[in-house]
Design a protein around this ligand. Sequence first.
Ligand SMILES: C[S@@+](CC[C@H](N)C(=O)[O-])C[C@H]1O[C@@H](n2cnc3c(N)ncnc32)[C@H](O)[C@@H]1O
Length: 271
Amino acid sequence: MNYRHAFHAGNFADVVKHAALAQCLARLSGPLHIIDTHAGAGVYDLAGEAALKSREAQAGIVRLAADPAAPEVFASLLKAVSSLNPEGDIRHYPGSPALICGLMGKDDRLTACELRGDDYSILWPWLNRHCLKAKAMQADGFEVALREAKTGQRLFVLIDPPFEQAGDYERTAQVALSVATGGACVMIWLPLKDLETFDRFLRRLEAGNPPPVLVAELRLRPLTNPMAMNGCALVFLNPPVGLQLELDVICGWAAQKLGETGAQSRIWRLS
Ligand SMILES: C[S@@+](CC[C@H](N)C(=O)[O-])C[C@H]1O[C@@H](n2cnc3c(N)ncnc32)[C@H](O)[C@@H]1O
């Protein structure tokens, strides 16, 4: 596994994913068992070597925080960022587990899975110190989600793989369909590089006879270079009612403020 999220923390895709995650959780009633299948390190130092090398946060969270007209849908994310940075400047950025910890209802709990030893060694002490209702596991998040779905609890499952390997798409579709068929609300993040890969993923979901599916697609630039991340997408199975409007605002702001000329977003129902 080569992927390290520290290079990408706080970039445009994180801003969109994390704002949508906050809105989605706010619309779900508890008690929920939240499973973050691909948790990463939990919190990121934007002054660390990886973040300074990529400087991706500059075109993401830094721009959002500097926008005095940022829509209300970003308020939860901005609040989480502020609480990690009491001195003002944005030095620390919350990954999905840290964000979820601040947003969980009183009867909710979190299981955060991370396979990489170096990221896990940042994740588990942070969760231990800051979030009594969270458990970190150095385990395959897909397997954990499938196992927990058999227990009859109300689940929210965030699936956010690196998509380094072609097999990640098939595994994501399989696991999402399996847990959503049992009633879980599932949120998937995907990169948009070329359209065929994304379309194939959606066709795979459709072929699995899914429950309701909501898709948010953000294109920041034309999809002409399939090696580049030209945008991102979020796919929800069993989405909470009303989320469509908020996704529209989040992706619309990102297209307008973070994209190239002609950037666009659209939200639609696959089934
Ligand atoms: C995109 S990052 C996660 C970012 C995180 N969800 C966030 O929003 O802050 C993907 C992470 O998944 C980890 N990973 C890859 N395969 C995994 C698996 N099967 N189970 C758990 N973690 C995995 C990688 O090491 C990487 O840290």
